[in-house]
Design a protein around this ligand. Structure first.
Ligand SMILES: Cc1cc2nc3c(=O)[nH]c(=O)nc-3n(C[C@H](O)[C@H](O)[C@H](O)COP(=O)(O)OP(=O)(O)OC[C@H]3O[C@@H](n4cnc5c(N)ncnc54)[C@H](O)[C@@H]3O)c2cc1C
Ligand SMILES: *[C@@H]1O[C@H](CO)[C@@H](O)[C@H](O)[C@H]1NC(C)=O
Ligand SMILES: *[C@@H]1O[C@H](CO)[C@@H](O)[C@H](O)[C@H]1NC(C)=O
Length: 388
């Protein structure tokens, strides 16, 4: 009897979305609840898609599940707008957390690797960048401007810094594993609305909306990204070239046997999910020209091979970055709704979506901000049982 009672009164904090943002938020909420002495409150993760597969293996994921398709590297961008400065603060927090995670869980899917950038036509914000300003904004020490002989022809500014690459699907699967090991609950559901979550269980107290780009915010739109995963496994650095026409070429090693990514495109508002062959050719050529800069010195013969066209494409990738005008929305919304008991009450949803092309590198900063807001709200939303 006592058991039955307590199971119907289990209080729940729910997170919508099992992308890198939802998973990071769910883990932070678990820590928060145990710190706040609410170990009995369950964290429920509700999502349509889950980190299960890897590109090339069945079953696959839709283009909308951005977290499976990311590069994913850390590439700080000078904070020239309020949105970029906000993202820089999150990135700095994330860099610190990646370093900690890498120590504690070397298998989690994060690898330290050198980040190299080549700019054909650098903006003033880039030409002004110094080791000190770079460290101030990103927390990353070791920024160095490259000499003329270290950059391809036509490049006006080249620099490098210690960075991180993530094997995106592996990393998400490991976050999910940790969430489950700590007692997290999961539910596979294609939700019509974030408010639907309040009807899934009797005592849903709080919902985080980390659905990427879900329920009809007109500021949200997809930014299409096409890449290829290749067998150029000698790459140990991530290299990005900012071309004069605003396009990018990049190589991102996906460590832990994930191949190497060559890309890529950023196409706002483009809904195409099929592979565009001309883009594929351009990306492979771009990747091949960067290949010599992605390997350690002395690995020359391997790069000549890649540069000569001896590359195999393991998988073609099309993903949609969940983008939002003005950047990420982090905000609490309240609505009157009917609970499973038929009573009218106020539901609280905390929105955390719209990470665009930077979801990994800003993930822990966002999760911390979400946890801070939750920390101030939860004490009034959760019932503390009287200790009889
Ligand atoms: C080609 C490419 C390269 C990228 N490179 C990088 C990079 O180098 N570095 C970096 O930091 N970022 C990169 N990104 C961006 C990064 O992938 C995204 O910012 C990040 O994955 C967004 O995570 P998210 O959790 O917000 O959304 P998503 O990963 O899209 O997750 C959304 C979740 O919500 C669920 N969901 C949505 N709607 C519903 C519904 N109605 N009901 C139930 N569940 C729902 C989905 O199933 C999914 O689980 C790249 C993206 C692409 C496409
Ligand atoms: C919840 O998040 C989605 C994006 O994932 C957004 O489209 C929707 O508008 C949000 N809900 C509300 C009520 O704003
Ligand atoms: C990649 O595949 C090509 C074509 O099959 C092959 O020639 C090349 O040696 C492979 N590279 C690596 C690093 O395995």
């Amino acid at each position: 009897m006592k058991q039955a009672m307590s199971s119907t009164t289990t209080q729940t904090v729910a997170v919508i979305g099992a992308g890198v943002i939802g998973l990071s938020c769910a883990l932070k909420l678990q820590s928060l609840l145990s710190q706040q002495d609410h170990p009995a409150v369950e964290v429920l993760l509700v999502s349509r898609e889950w980190p299960t597969s890897i590109p090339g293996a069945p079953p696959t994921h839709t283009a909308d599940y951005a977290s499976m398709w990311a590069g994913a590297h850390v590439r700080p961008i000078p904070g020239t707008t309020p949105q970029l400065r906000r993202e820089a603060r999150w990135l700095k927090r994330t860099v610190a957390e990646f370093a900690r995670q890498l120590e504690a869980e070397p298998w989690v899917g994060i690898t330290r690797c050198q980040g190299v950038e080549f700019l054909d036509a650098p903006s003033p914000a880039y030409t002004r960048q110094t080791a000190a300003s770079f460290e101030e904004e990103s927390g990353i020490r070791g920024y160095r401007v490259l000499g003329r002989d270290e950059v391809p022809d036509g490049v006006e500014l080249g620099f490098e810094y210690p960075s991180f690459c993530l094997n995106a699907p592996l990393y998400c699967a490991n976050l999910l594993r940790r969430f489950l090991a700590r007692g997290g609950r999961t539910l596979q559901r294609d939700l019509r609305s974030e408010w639907e979550v309040f009807s899934l269980r009797p005592q849903v107290k709080f919902v985080v909306n980390a659905s990427g780009t879900g329920f009809g915010d007109t500021k949200c739109f997809p930014t299409r990204g096409q890449t290829v995963i290749t067998n150029f496994t000698q790459a140990t650095k991530t290299v990005t070239k900012h071309n004069r026409d605003g396009s990018f070429s990049f190589i991102i090693p996906r460590f832990f046997q994930g191949g190497t990514i060559m890309g890529g495109t950023k196409e706002p508002g483009n809904w195409r999910t099929d592979i565009v062959p001309a883009t594929r050719q351009r990306m492979i050529r771009g990747g091949q020209s960067l290949a010599p800069y992605a390997v350690e010195e002395g690995a020359g013969s391997a790069t000549t091979k890649a540069a000569d066209g001896e590359l195999q494409v393991i998988a073609d990738v099309v993903g949609r970055r969940p983008t939002r005008d003005g950047g990420m929305r982090i905000q609490v919304e309240e609505e009157q709704l009917t609970g499973t008991d038929g009573e009218l009450r106020t539901g609280h949803v905390l929105h955390a979506y719209g990470a665009g092309g930077r979801g990994y590198e800003i993930s822990w900063g966002i999760a911390e901000e979400v946890a801070e807001i939750a920390a101030s709200l939860l004490p009034s939303l959760l019932e503390t049982r009287s200790k009889l």
